[in-house]
Structures are given as structure tokens and as C-alpha cells.
Design a protein around this ligand. Structure first.
Ligand code: NAD
Length: 349
């Protein structure tokens, strides 16, 4: 049976949730609430009920799920109140700005009868899913190092995202997605080291980009970078595996995979460089490597709410779990600390 959803915060992302709820096979949109009257007016003009307050939503017995899509600084209070009212709650990412604040939400969720999750919708990104598939296939062995980057060139948006008090900055905005994906790609492991540099090239009071190095107990390493002043973008994913290398150049492209067939080569043709010849850096030929393309899988963003509603009915395990959300928050907090101290941190996350 479909679940009734109400959305708090009818801005860009609240609008997205509303639009998807209207097309959903598992949700019925019952209404929205936004603190700005003009946003409520806009909802009404689109035939969507606008509630008079968040409390009106919490008190409405018809509402099963409340989705919080407000700026980052007002997630906690709304989530805790919605849970206390007995609702199932979806919070937009980043769920909060500190582990301590998140723990208050998780404590409230433990005490509540409703389920609580975070909209980590980039778990359905097909570039990420392609890397996940390649790892699961074992075709080129296990990953040794994974690099995940998003490069743009337009700075950060000039709304609340560029202001500290609202939880602005790229670690919290995009970092939360890429870190969450990375922890999914390197599962059952422990983050043991964090080093992060932030940038403020476009003169914002928050980070307009960052470079984050992670080391894991297994010896694997990861690199996560977000840049908003990169007029030439580096590949979205670049990963070294035990038996080869994989790369996804950008969102639109399939993954390129090179598998090492034979380690030793009989005849290495040296390559000429300005300073002389080199065999070490000479390119491989098709005798020793297999080169192929990995088609991106398909995905459906509706699966987020399909999973959440199935979990409410006890028919599925909730995909985005409190423990996972907390680890991402711990890594982000470590990234902020490392950047501020300009030091690598030893951690156990
Ligand atoms: P936005 O500024 O477009 O919209 C936020 C809306 O919340 C505004 O209309 C504002 O009036 C309203 N609001 C503020 N305080 C409120 C309150 N106390 N009660 C009710 N309404 C309130 O911002 P956005 O881009 O929609 O971002 C909202 C959230 O969604 C953020 O946490 C953001 O990180 C997240 N987001 C997630 C994704 C994703 O892909 N998962 C994409 C974009 C944004």
C-alpha cells in the first residue's frame, strides 16, 4: 500500500521530492510546508496542499513519512520533532554538521517507533554503480586505491551554501555523497588515517573545494576531491586494482578498464623522451593487456523510497543505515579537523 508523504522545505530539493512523489508507485504526496509564504503559495498554484506549519504536518494522522528538505542548519530540530510525533523520517543530506548533533537525532530515532534515514541518493549514480559492479565481479581483482573527483568551475552557489551558519561548503554539500560512496566501495574496513586540505579560491567563507586522503586498515587508500574552480576536469573515477586499472572520465561515459594479462614482457619497445629513452614508462601493447569498456548499469532513483517504504512494512532491510550515516559524519568531522590543524589524523572509523 502507498505511504503518505509530506515535505518540509519546498525549495529546490523539496520540489524534487514533491515531483518524484507525484510520479511514485509507493508514495502519495499529501502536502508540503515551507517557512516562506511564497513557496507555500507556489505549491498551492501547482495543486499541492500547503500546510500552515511543520507542527500541522506532525499532528496530521494521515502523514506516514516526513521528508526534511530545509537548509542544513535546521535538520536536527525538525527530524527530532517528526520522530517524536511518530512519523517515519527522511532527512536530506548532509544529515547534520557534527557527530554530536547527529547522535541526538540517532538517539531520538532509537526511542521512536518510526524509521529514520538520510537521502544519500547518489548511491544510485551509475558511475559509482559501475565501479561497485567491477569490484564485485572480481574481474581485475580487489581495489588498491580509488580516487573519486567532481570538478566544476562555477564556484559554490551564492545562496546559503556559501555561508557557514547554514552548513555551507563543499565538504558538507558534495563531500557527503562522495565519502558515502567511497565507504560503500571499501566495505568492512576501518578508516585509519585522514588528511584534508580545503580551498577558498572563490573567496567564500566556507570551503569551495577540498582534497581528502583516506587510509584504511587493510592498506587500501582513497582520495576524494571536490573542486569548483577547475576549468579542466580530472576523471570522475580513477582506480588501481590488483590486476589492472579502471577509469571513468565523466558522468556521461562508460568505464574504461585495462586488465593486465601478462606481467612480464619479452620485448619492451622503449619510448623516446626529451631526456632519453625509457622502458619503465613505455606503454603496454595488446599482447600483455586487455582493454575493454564497462557499460554503465541502469538505476532508478525511485528505488530509494521503494526501499524505505518496504522497510517500513518490514519487507526489506533499510538500505541507508544509521551506522553508515554516522561513519560518513565522522569522516567529514575528521576532514574539517585535519584541514584546520593542517595535520594528518590517526583515527579508527
Ligand atoms: P533551498 O534553499 O532551495 O530550499 C530550502 C527551503 O527550505 C527554502 O524554500 C526555505 O524557505 C525552506 N526553509 C528554511 N527553513 C525552514 C524551516 N524551518 N521550515 C520550513 N521550511 C524552511 O535549498 P535546497 O537546495 O532545496 O536544499 C535543501 C536541503 O536539500 C539541503 O540539506 C541540501 O543539502 C539538500 N539537497 C540534497 C540534494 C541531493 O541530491 N540529495 C540536492 C540538493 C539539495
Amino acid at each position: 500500500m502507498k505511504k503518505n508523504i509530506a515535505i518540509i522545505g519546498y525549495g529546490g530539493q523539496g520540489g524534487w521530492h514533491a515531483m518524484h512523489a507525484l510520479k511514485s508507485d509507493v508514495l502519495t504526496l499529501v502536502g508540503v510546508y515551507d517557512i516562506k509564504p511564497e513557496r507555500c503559495e507556489l505549491a498551492r498554484s501547482r495543486g499541492i496542499k500547503a500546510y500552515g506549519s511543520a507542527d500541522e504536518i506532525f499532528a496530521d494522522p494521515a502523514v506516514d513519512i516526513v521528508t526534511i528538505a530545509t537548509p542544513n542548519d535546521v535538520h536536527k530540530d525538525l527530524v527530532i520533532r517528526a520522530l517524536a510525533a511518530g512519523k517515519h523520517v527522511v532527512c536530506e543530506k548532509p544529515v547534520e554538521m557534527s557527530v554530536a548533533a547527529l547522535d541526538e537525532m540517532l538517539d531520538a530515532a532509537k526511542a521512536a517507533k518510526g524509521l529514520f534515514t538520510v537521502h544519500q541518493n547518489r548511491r544510485w549514480d551509475v558511475d559509482f554503480l559501475a565501479v561497485k559492479e567491477l569490484i564485485a565481479s572480481g574481474k581485475i581483482g580487489a581495489p588498491i586505491r580509488i580516487e573519486s573527483r567532481i570538478h566544476g568551475s562555477r564556484g559554490i552557489p551564492s545562496d546559503w551554501r556559501c555561508l557557514k551558519q547554514y552548513g555551507g561548503g563543499m565538504i558538507l554539500d558534495w563531500g557527503v555523497h562522495l565519502i558515502d560512496q567511497m565507504l560503500q566501495l571499501i566495505p568492512n574496513d576501518t578508516v585509519t588515517g585522514i588528511y584534508c586540505e580545503t580551498t577558498a579560491i572563490t573567496k567564500s567563507e566556507v570551503d569551495d573545494g577540498f582534497r581528502l586522503s583516506l587510509t584504511f586498515a587493510s592498506g587500501k587508500t582513497a582520495f576524494v576531491e571536490v573542486g569548483t574552480y577547475n576549468f579542466i576536469a580530472m576523471p570522475r573515477f580513477y582506480a588501481q586494482f590488483e590486476k589492472g586499472t579502471a577509469m571513468i572520465e565523466d558522468w556521461q561515459k562508460n568505464m574504461q578498464v585495462v586488465k593486465c594479462k601478462y606481467w612480464h614482457e619479452n620485448e619492451v619497445l622503449p619510448v623516446q623522451t626529451a631526456a632519453g629513452i625509457t622502458k619503465t614508462m613505455a606503454p603496454r601493447d595488446e599482447v600483455t593487456v586487455d582493454t575493454f569498456e564497462w557499460t554503465r548499469p541502469t538505476s532508478d532513483v525511485h528505488d530509494f523510497y521503494r526501499n524505505f517504504t518496504a522497510a517500513i512494512d518490514g519487507k526489506a532491510e533499510m538500505l541507508i543505515k544509521p551506522g553508515e550515516i554516522r561513519r560518513v559524519m565522522q569522516v567529514m568531522e575528521g576532514a574539517f579537523e585535519s584541514a584546520e590543524k593542517k595535520q594528518a589524523l590517526s583515527v579508527s572509523i
